[in-house]
Design a protein around this ligand. Structure first.
Ligand SMILES: CC(C)(COP(=O)(O)OP(=O)(O)OC[C@H]1O[C@@H](n2cnc3c(N)ncnc32)[C@H](O)[C@@H]1OP(=O)(O)O)[C@@H](O)C(=O)NCCC(=O)NCCS
Length: 174
């Protein structure tokens, strides 16, 4: 079952699109929590293009987590027409501060981001990369119905492999 926010957090936390002034805070959380870091301009670029699906979790007035996504256009190889394209969501990065973990914040960020990517861009699927050793995150993605589609050898700078995980989204009315 996908984890819901714990009772106390329901009262004190919200998930909403990031504000430009908060990008630097998201960057700070990323650098505290993950070895995959990005230059400041990258956050502004993602925000400029897909700020509506760049979300933060704010608890007691403090940003404690974020999810950063981009929308990509793929060519439908099964179509007779080369120009037939479809949109997919790519989760670039998700992180929650250690003291706020395991309370449903990561699940809430992911749920809301998937909903918005579908509603605002009509994405047909969502994908992401995750370290093969990151069992906690893999368990979270499995709960959401993400499946391992491939292994990307030496995806990370330190040489670790990544799983490519994908989740197909249901069409409206299914
Ligand atoms: C992955 C992460 C974002 C999850 O955030 P979170 O707020 O703790 O997630 P939730 O509380 O919504 O947990 C949902 C489920 O994920 C799984 N999970 C998350 N972290 C886990 C861990 N460390 N160990 C085992 N399972 C874990 C569990 O199945 C959990 O549900 P359950 O407790 O009912 O079994 C958070 O652990 C994090 O920031 N990790 C470091 C950054 C990272 O690895 N990001 C992903 C990069 S691809």
């Amino acid at each position: 079952m996908i984890k819901a926010l714990t009772k106390d957090l329901k009262r004190n936390c919200i998930v909403r699109p990031v504000l430009p002034s908060e990008l630097i805070v998201a960057k700070g959380i990323n650098e505290t929590v993950l070895p995959e870091n990005y230059p400041t301009f990258f956050y502004y670029d993602v925000y400029r293009n897909w700020g509506d699906v760049f979300l933060v979790a704010v608890c007691d007035g403090r940003i404690v987590g974020y999810i950063m996504n981009r929308i990509e256009t793929k060519i439908n190889k099964n179509s007779l027409f080369l120009w037939k394209t479809y949109k997919v969501g790519h989760v670039i990065s998700i992180a929650v501060l250690p003291e706020y973990r395991n309370k449903g914040i990561g699940s809430t960020l992911l749920t809301r981001a998937i909903e918005l990517m579908k509603k605002n861009y009509g994405v047909k699927k969502v994908y992401l990369e995750v370290r093969v050793s990151n069992e906690g995150a893999i368990r979270l993605y499995n709960k959401f119905g993400f499946q391992i589609e491939d292994v990307i050898p030496h995806y990370y700078r330190d040489g670790e492999d990544a799983y490519l995980m994908e989740k197909e989204l249901e069409e409206e009315g299914d």
